[in-house]
Design a protein around this ligand. Structure first.
Ligand code: SF4
Length: 348
């Protein structure tokens, strides 16, 4: 019998530990880097030889990996029967999500462009107060003959302070416009210095994250005055929607955004994190003069010591020996390794 790893449970090495992504089950587990390196060195190895090469700790982990179906044993003659999965990411849509701000419902916006380029998800933010009839008429005349997978509507008032009116609008939209999949009320975001990522394990995000920036890739934001941007968070203006001549023209404009292709493997700190192919991160990567990338705000996860802010033993990047600024990223390996020894030596 020989040892094999499942292709659909890729292992992502982080600085301090590895993460196994169970793509079909959409969950993950952690394994020490040393164990993964030892097992990888012994792939396709006969189980009796393997047992001689592993220490007790490795054997415990191997048992865990087999029990959780990350690895399996097969007869020797099946050695070539399990080809690797091709994780090349491809999408039928150039733009997948569009956010559009509306402060003048009279202005003509050609939503057909989005349909033509196979964009499936539209989020409309009404940035001024409108009556229920105005909103319903606008939505009906705009989306009546268009097909999107989801049309989300964001309205600009507080549900609690205007309950009755909101309820009328809510009901009118739901009763009259089939295309609308959700209605939300705009809430001011509270700015913080620390960023908390959203993690999601699935084959779509995994494959996209190998090459692209999962948050900005295929996204477009159109301000109420027509300025085209990559996202609400970005400053660069890529064109004006009211001057767009056709859907190909729109694609040309948005493809000028460099952010689409800046994946986590190119960004300091994240490139050392085991969550980097499941992490959805709306921070805008900053480019240094030397072409490297970093984020201005710090993530609430420190991948060098595998600790989340608030957990026992958490230290910020700076406190754990990582100096990150607009010129450089310096890792004090000696300091980080000593910290990890004190936190983790008897745990992983
Ligand atoms: S360090 Fe980067 S990749 Fe890791 S969780 Fe934070 S934002 Fe995501």
């Amino acid at each position: 019998m020989i040892l094999k790893f499942h292709s659909e449970t890729p292992i992502v090495l982080g600085y301090n530990r590895s993460c196994i992504y169970d793509l079909p089950r959409q969950k993950y587990d952690f394994v020490p880097n040393e164990v993964i390196n030892t097992l990888r060195d012994n792939i396709n190895c006969n189980i009796s030889d393997l047992n001689n090469r592993l220490d007790n700790n490795d054997k415990i982990w191997l048992k865990f990996l087999i029990e959780n179906e990350y690895c399996f044993l097969v007869p020797d003659f099946f050695i070539d029967s399990f080809p690797e999965i091709n994780f090349k990411w491809e999408s039928p849509a150039n733009i997948t999500n569009a956010i559009i701000d509306l402060d003048n419902l009279e202005c003509e916006r050609n939503f057909k462009y989005f349909e033509e380029i196979n964009c499936k998800h539209i989020l409309l933010r009404f940035v001024k107060n409108y009556s229920a009839d105005e909103i319903v008429n606008f939505l009906f005349s705009t989306f009546n003959d268009l097909t999107f997978k989801s049309v989300e509507v964001v309205l600009p008032f507080n549900l609690k302070s205007n309950k009755k009116n909101n309820h009328i609008i809510f009901k009118k939209i739901i009763d009259n416009i089939e295309q609308v999949t959700s209605i939300k009320f705009f809430e001011e975001k509270i700015e913080t210095d620390i960023f908390t990522p959203y993690l999601s394990v699935n084959i779509g995000i995994y494959t996209e994250a190998l090459l692209k920036n999962v948050y900005f890739n295929g996204k477009i934001y159109i301000e109420s005055k027509g300025n085209i941007k990559n996202g609400i968070e970005t400053k660069e203006i890529l064109g004006n929607f009211f001057k767009i001549k056709n859907s190909q023209h729109l694609i040309k404009k948005i493809k000028n955004s460099k952010l689409w292709g800046i994946c986590k493997d190119q960004i300091d700190v994240c490139k050392d994190c085991e969550f980097r192919y499941m992490c959805i991160d709306n921070r805008v990567p900053q480019e240094r003069n030397n072409g490297s990338f970093y984020y201005k705000s710090e993530c609430s996860y420190n991948p060098y010591i595998s600790k989340w802010k608030g957990e026992l033993g958490y230290l910020s990047l700076n406190e754990s020996g990582i100096l990150l600024n607009d010129e450089n990223c310096f890792v004090d390996y000696k300091k980080v390794n000593e910290i990890n020894k004190s936190i983790w030596s008897d745990k992983i």
